[in-house]
Design a protein around this ligand. Sequence first.
Ligand SMILES: [Zn+2]
Length: 563
Amino acid sequence: MRNGRIVTAEVEVPAELLVAGPWGHRVQIIDYDASSDTLYKPVSPREYSGPKGAFMDPYRHASDARLLSDPGFHAQNVYAIVMRTLARFEFALGRRVSWGFQAHQLKVAPHAFADANAFYSGRDEALVFGYFPAHDGSMVFSCLSHDVVAHETTHALVDGLRERFTDPSSPDQAAFHEGFADVVALLSVFSLRGIVDKLIDIDPTAKQPSSGKASRLIARDRVSTAALKSSILLGLAEQMGAEMTGVRGQALRRSVSLKPSRTYYVSDPEYLEPHRRGEILVAAIMDAFVRVWSSRLDALGEVARGQLDRARVVEEGAAAADYLLTMAVRALDYTPPVQLEFGDFVSALITADTELRPDDGKYRFRAHLLDSFGRFGVTPASKGTTAQPGLWESSRGEPFVYARTHFESMLRDPDEVFWFIWENRKALGVKEGAFGHVLSVRPCLRVAPDGFPLRETVAEFYQVLKISAAELPSVGLVAPQGMPPTTPVSLYGGNALVFNEYGQLKFNIHNSFDDSVRQQRRLNYLWKYGFFEPTKPAAQPFAAMHLQRALNATLEPDSREEW
Ligand SMILES: [Zn+2]
């Protein structure tokens, strides 16, 4: 909502024949409102079919008032944004992407309850969106907010790609879920060129809205890094957050306004809370984004003195955001499956991009990201090479045993991959005495900028060792001060194995049991923040959810909760 008008954009989603709901092959919209015990009647699928088998949008010419009040449009809106976000992940990863649960279809409730809240619940296999009255008495529907829907969908997707990221671990791991969901929400808006065009030279601090007549030109000094940050980025964050403070807080606004400093990450206790810590990730990535965008504009010629072509400026922003979003989603495959810290994600970003595009020349995203993260106190987990700092160490040329495993089965069979891991357990840093499980084996096909396909198989391996606090010294750890010796403790290890097109291991990205520094850090953190204390069931589920949101680093591993 801006100046009393809603901002809309048309989006394209993969075509499919819907049933009433709409229900498609990956999403089921179930419009039941628990607060008023109402089941809204869905729009008939006939409304979506035009002449000669074409698909159409029944709300294309609807008034703002109708879009705001018609539950059928709300249902369509969540369907479209969920499907668009899913398609974006599948495009980046070069394969189908599952939700974080067994079912194929994610349930979505656009008007789930009367409350300023929205969340992903893995346990219910659902996204639920609340509604609430605004200050002026009008109703705010969180399902109409692009960023809220994209954010919650991203939780469901990341949960499918890295199911152990919801384990109690470091403050970074819980923060990553939040920060990454915001990065996807922000970057995916840049492909909606009409919206970027509307916001690009608005001064969000101005009391009076501008006349609204957009010029074909834009002043050169409006697109410096600082100007872009305070116009489009802050504008978007405000736009997205304006009515949603109950749902999303001021997270986006704070993230994009965060001044680079190492202190938040390194020493500020306020930034140990997952949502606050996630802002650091958003700030570093969006900082790199505006710097890349602005530097791309340096190459654009001025069309008049001090003026650039507005459409080209928007187009460059869309292209850079698109590139960065693809890079960020691909990086998920290059993250260790357990105990993620931000530095791991930086190395994952750098490595995933280098594999596909060895030359960082066009956008120089890798250089900018390393620099931005560094200014926020985050250094890559791996040193890398002189030519490309931050790269994960390559496993190419290492003497792994392949003789007893079969190439074809290694592409999709978890038992075959487990055999490979077992044969090479020493070289891979796998702990012999711990329970181990191959969580996934995923063949993927990505297209490199030179047009050639890059084939990879990505496997996730996870290990857990359940011991008591008294046994910690036997694995090189010490019990945190005050922890009773009988306290049960779970230790985790995990490897992401990336195989090349010939079935040879390229990368073994792992956080192993033997990393006693990281294991000890996690243990101390969880002890200090009360993970080992028994939790009482709360009488008020929504209050409990807000509490869990704040404490989501301390959830039991197997209780998939709301995010
Ligand atoms: Zn969230």
